[in-house]
Design a protein around this ligand. Structure first.
Ligand SMILES: *Cc1c(COP(=O)(O)O)cnc(C)c1O
Length: 373
């Protein structure tokens, strides 16, 4: 029998936080000021995000699902409206649309980006009454800036509101070398949940360059209040506010965003180097330009996925199956769509920011061992 790896289990993902520094910063805050709800630290975190992403407005909220709900509300999407979303995304994208009573329409993905296929979306838009579209930059990837610009112009002609779900893409760029942020004339949404590149435990943000949306979002997340501390409600709103402790966590990590990005890229690169020449019949990588893309998780498509997961798990290596297509989730159960990778299925390999090169090589040896046995 093969020997198990003696060291601790390699997690698929563990957040990286400078705990000593964070603990100092949090206790310093608690001793000096006790507002706790969003205030100066939150404003500082928002300003830092806006600066990095080069956008005019940034509002942080309690998570990256509610941020999509608020984006839809801010843009005036109504119950019954059709909203296009990709068939491959985290379920939250769909749930946000349904929460406001709008109707999600699943659009197939492009095998090269794993993002919504814009040709298929265009066809649908030309033949149906569509109100909004959520483009998900899946695992930090996206269509090219030029292609998106043409597509966005088409959406403008048809009066379609544009939202980008960038939950997995903080720190990723397009081929125009700009950080992914928000579509022109639209709203971008990010998440800071545990597995994302920076985490505030729970959390998210909305970014836009549009004055009307930027101001509207601020009121939407604060009960529709016309100003802080007043109880005058001229419009609809809920409570999606942040807390100062979360902002301190966010600020603590955003300072190392550059290193985090470099590490994510290095992890992906090493997996590719160690695996791409082997097991080609069993395993494929999505073509990924690492000068632009920051892959959130190292993803592969592989045969015998279930067996591989079990084999690695027995050897102390945790992985995570990529989301099933939304159409295949029980909650939807619509007709089965094309699987672009034949009998290969998506798998996320261990991708913690501080995962060492030695461990990645061990993981690759195990994967090769599985297919070459
Ligand atoms: C993580 C994620 C969300 C949800 O964000 P939460 O902060 O967990 O609510 C939405 N969309 C995508 C694509 C995600 O990866």
């Amino acid at each position: 029998m093969e020997q198990k790896i003696a060291s601790a289990v390699i997690k698929q993902y563990e957040p990286l936080v400078d705990n000593a520094k964070l603990s100092h910063e949090v206790s310093e805050y608690i001793l000096s000021c006790g507002y706790f709800t969003e205030y100066k630290k939150t404003a500082e975190f928002e300003a830092e995000l806006a600066r990095i992403l080069n956008v005019k407005y940034c509002s942080v909220v309690n998570n990256g699902t509610i941020s999509l709900v608020l984006a839809l509300k801010a843009m005036g999407v109504e119950p019954g409206d059709k909203v296009l979303i990709p068939n491959l995304t985290m379920y939250a994208t769909q749930a946000a649309v349904e929460l406001i009573g709008a109707v999600p329409v699943l659009i197939d993905i492009d095998a090269y980006t794993l993002c919504m296929d814009l040709k298929i979306a265009e066809e649908y838009i030309k033949n149906n009454d569509v109100n909004a579209l959520i483009y998900v930059t899946f695992n930090g990837r996206s269509a090219g800036a030029g292609e998106l610009e043409i597509f966005q112009a088409l959406c403008k002609t048809y009066g379609i509101r544009l939202i980008e779900d960038n939950a997995q893409s903080l720190g990723s760029r397009r081929n125009d070398n700009k950080f992914i942020s928000c579509p022109a004339g639209g709203i971008g949404s990010f998440s800071f949940s545990m597995p994302k590149i920076i985490t505030t435990g729970q959390g998210g943000c909305l970014v836009t360059n549009d004055d009307y949306y930027g101001e509207r979002i601020k009121r939407l997340k604060d009960f529709g209040r016309s100003g802080g501390g007043t109880d005058i409600h001229d419009e609809f709103g809920i409570n999606s506010k942040f807390t100062e402790i979360q902002a301190i966590m966010g600020l603590n990590q955003i300072q190392t965003l550059g290193e985090r990005i470099a590490s994510k890229k290095a992890i992906f690169r090493l997996y590719e180097e160690c695996l791409v020449a082997h097991c080609a019949d069993h395993l494929r990588f999505v073509p990924t330009n690492l000068t632009e893309v920051t892959p959130w998780f190292a993803d592969i498509f592989c045969t015998r996925r279930g067996e591989l997961i079990e084999y690695l798990k027995n050897r102390g290596i945790e992985t995570r199956p990529m989301y099933p297509y939304l159409s295949q989730q029980k909650v939807n159960n619509i007709e089965k769509r094309t699987n672009y990778y034949g009998d290969m299925e998506g798998l996320w390999l261990p991708s913690s920011i501080n995962l060492s090169q030695i461990k990645i090589k061990q993981i690759c040896n195990r994967i090769r061992g599985f297919y070459e046995q």
